[in-house]
Design a binder for this molecule. Structure first.
Ligand code: GTP
Length: 235
């Protein structure tokens, strides 16, 4: 296996599947199956999930809402998604723990780095909710932060595109995909992989980012087995 411990970043929007809002149970259970497969191979899996399918703080602010208020709503949205994913994984017989950066003790464990690592060592999938627990930070930043804290080998960013292209592949059919790219080249070429806070945190800590298409069945398994899937950003 290429990786022993991964941090999987899933977008909230991806959970919508074909819907316009909320959670598509079919998509959720597909994701759970994909994750189960890699857990059964002995890969330790930590997950950060976004909340954009329910609420985005930035969108709230654009409509005149206080940004901090909006971001707090977004953080709660990630907890809702975390609970849904936990439930879907448990339906598949996968052991999980949900830890949140904001305390909602009756619902989930508070985030404790050492406990998270023990859970991973015991083969439990650890889902991190509520982002970093701070407004103005994205769930990509939370994903990088948690990946560094739990010593993940890489951050796997599941998206609907199959990697990083020189131009937007959804707008330009001549777009060229990179198999490997350095952090420096991503910045030089002005490519958007993650927001700058998340991206520089990853670069400074030499944490590879792999952008891949999570919606194609079997991709996650192929990736952790060492197949060339998506684009790797490395030093
Ligand atoms: P080990 O110490 O490895 O056995 O881990 P564990 O998570 O099984 O032990 P623990 O006794 O901490 O937790 C037992 C159960 O309670 C697990 O399902 C945890 O997710 C849950 N749990 C632990 N702490 C909290 C908490 O603060 N809030 C909530 N809601 N659940 C918790």
């Amino acid at each position: 296996m290429q990786y022993n411990r991964i941090l999987l970043k899933l977008s909230g929007e991806a959970l919508m599947g074909e819907r316009q809002y909320g959670i598509d149970p079919k998509r959720l259970s597909e994701y759970a199956k994909e994750i189960k497969e890699v857990v059964e191979k002995g890969i330790e899996v930590a997950i950060v999930i976004g909340g954009g399918n329910i609420f985005r703080g930035v969108a709230g602010a654009a409509n005149g809402m206080d940004r901090v208020q909006g971001d707090h709503m977004g953080m709660l949205a990630t907890c809702i998604n975390g609970l849904a994913l936990q439930s879907a994984l448990e339906d598949q017989g996968v052991h999980t723990r949900l830890q949140t950066a904001l305390e909602i003790k009756e619902v989930a464990e508070p985030y404790i780095k050492r406990k998270a690592i023990r859970h991973l060592e015991k083969g439990r999938v650890v889902i991190f909710g509520a982002g970093t627990g701070n407004p103005y930070f994205t769930t990509d930043t939370a994903a990088v932060l948690r990946a560094i804290e739990v010593n993940a080998d890489a951050i796997l960013k599941g998206t609907r595109v199959d990697g990083i292209y020189d131009v937007d592949p959804e707008k330009n059919k001549n777009a060229i995909k990179f198999e490997n790219i350095t952090f420096k080249d991503v910045i030089k070429k002005g490519l958007k992989v993650m927001d700058m806070t998340a991206f520089t945190l990853s670069e400074e800590n030499k944490l590879p980012i792999i952008v891949f298409d999570m919606n194609t069945n079997g991709n996650l398994m192929k990736l952790v087995s060492g197949e060339k899937i998506g684009t790797i950003v490395n030093t």
